[in-house]
Design a protein around this ligand. Structure first.
Ligand code: SF4
Length: 308
């Protein structure tokens, strides 16, 4: 099976204890059957902990989070005791894979790094050269071919980013409903949210967008347009080829466009309030959008339904 990865893929390294949004906090991870069976054979103190800290629901084993939502094996230095004592190759599949995603497509599997990991976001948005897809060869799959053409459009640096977005919507027969970012913020405030700071961001976007000088923000960001290009290429690479049909392609192109529109507008509002918007601010904004929207199946499908 052909495996495709983005050109930045092999540069990724988890920053472990330095991570501000450690993925071992807040998510109850399922353990694959082979790893769960191995954990049952571990002896000693770690074996005892594995026995007491793994729960079973509907035949599926999972790590039971502590009262402060931490994985029970994440120690006070924010390092994983399973890695420290048994080695990285004894992690369950989900822990070993995160933040990677895999899309199984006709004749190929497309792998990437999820934007909900802050270090992945740093890597993706910080790439200055256009992202290429390593291992990709010509295909007769119409949706993958269109997806690759859409990525080429997004990387046409003779156009402004908004013009590139308009062009891909046309390419995919999509339209973004004619709502301003503050109206999208009102919709997003009706969805499930994880972090209070996401709610605060959306409320500011809803309340302050009308007073935000977008042209001045764009002038401030003039040398940093590749951040938006990489964001859009990531969203298109990850989501567009999963579409089942032309309507799905249009909805997913509109979703990428919406992701850009929101992150651009949220950045503009933040810049307008504090007079500064650093690369790290952009990374955090993109990470939060991904965690709140992309990594919530419920929220993602509500938005795709709205965009269909
Ligand atoms: S979110 Fe990313 S950088 Fe942070 S601990 Fe998880 S994999 Fe590592």
């Amino acid at each position: 099976m052909q495996q495709i990865v983005p050109s930045y893929y092999t540069k990724f390294h988890c920053i472990g204890s330095a991570c501000r949004h450690n993925c071992c906090i807040g998510s109850e991870i399922d353990i694959d059957p082979d790893t769960a069976a191995f954990y049952r054979t571990v002896s000693g103190e770690l074996g005892r902990r594995l026995h007491t800290c793994i729960g079973h629901t509907g035949g599926v084993s999972h790590f039971m989070l502590s009262s402060d939502e931490r994985c029970p094996f994440l120690n006070t230095d924010n390092l994983c005791d399973i890695i420290l004592e048994l080695g990285e190759d004894r992690l369950c599949n989900i822990c070993a894979d995160h933040p990677r995603f895999r899309n199984e497509l006709p004749g190929r599997v497309e792998v990437g790094l999820g934007l909900c990991c802050e270090e992945a976001a740093r890597l993706i948005l910080g790439e200055r050269e256009p992202t290429t897809l390593i291992g990709s060869t010509a295909t007769d799959d119409a949706i993958i071919t269109l997806r690759d053409e859409v990525i080429a459009t997004l990387q046409n640096r003779s156009l402004t980013v908004p013009n590139r977005v308009d062009a891909i919507l046309t390419q995919c027969g999509a339209t973004l409903p004619p709502a301003y970012p503050d109206e999208w913020a009102s919709l997003l405030l009706t969805l499930e949210r994880l972090e209070p700071t996401w709610t605060t961001r959306l409320e500011r976007l809803r309340d302050d967008f009308a007073n935000t000088d977008l042209a001045a923000f764009d002038a401030y960001m003039a040398e940093r347009q590749t951040e938006y290009e990489q964001l859009l290429v990531y969203l298109v690479y990850r989501h567009l080829a999963n579409a089942a049909d032309a309507d799905g392609v249009a909805a997913r192109a509109a979703f990428a466009s919406l992701g850009y529109t929101l992150i651009h507008a949220l950045g503009a509002v933040q810049w307008s309030e504090i007079g500064n918007f650093t690369f790290e601010d952009q990374v955090e904004l993109a990470r939060q959008f991904s965690a709140e929207i992309e990594y919530s199946d419920e929220n993602l499908y509500i938005l795709l339904d709205q965009l269909q």
